[in-house]
Design a protein around this ligand. Structure first.
Ligand code: FE
Length: 175
């Protein structure tokens, strides 16, 4: 009896999709150039809003590993152009970094940046799991007419906008 039972167990393990079906996999977020306006030593803050900021935008989501597990305490660095399409290269307007929570969640409060010549409207971001490789990429706005004229724009980097001013995006990084 015992050898027979062993054979059944062995056959069960040999099923073609047994362990793989249980392992989840998430596609790593595409990386993009950081562009010419990245700056280090930004303030730690999740709101980049300034006095008098209009066209408010909230971007929220999760940082995940390639196994689709939340990346607790991931570092996220955001920077983008202001309402005139200019970057603040002297100070830190519309620049800041934050850490994801224990579930890998982040929330950024800012404005919808203006587009600038030659580029689709975008938000720059760097995301890093603790001690791992930095992902540098950019987020885009769905249905924005500026997407079409930009060779760097990638559809898979579009945020989901539930309504204007409320964006969602999940990052998948090495963790
Ligand atoms: Fe840019």
């Amino acid at each position: 009896m015992i050898p027979h039972r062993r054979r059944i167990l062995a056959a069960g393990l040999a099923l073609p999709f047994a362990p793989q079906a249980l392992a989840q996999s998430c596609v790593r977020t595409v990386s993009q150039t950081e562009g010419p306006f990245f700056k280090t030593d930004t303030p730690l803050r999740s709101s980049l809003l300034e006095k008098g900021s209009r066209t408010r935008l909230v971007v929220a989501g999760q940082v995940l590993s390639a196994q689709c597990r939340p990346v607790a305490n991931a570092l996220l660095e955001f920077w983008h152009a202001d309402e005139s399409g200019e970057y603040d290269n002297k100070g830190y307007r519309y620049r800041g970094h934050q850490h994801a929570d224990a579930q890998g969640r982040y929330r950024l409060e800012t404005i919808i940046p203006a587009e600038y010549p030659g580029r689709a409207r975008h938000i720059h971001v760097k995301v890093q799991a603790p001690g791992r490789r930095v992902l540098t990429t950019q987020l885009y706005f769905p249905n924005d007419p500026t997407n079409r004229r930009d060779g760097i724009y990638r559809a898979e980097l579009e945020m989901k906008l539930s309504k204007p001013g409320e964006g969602a995006f999940d990052f998948v990084v090495d963790a």
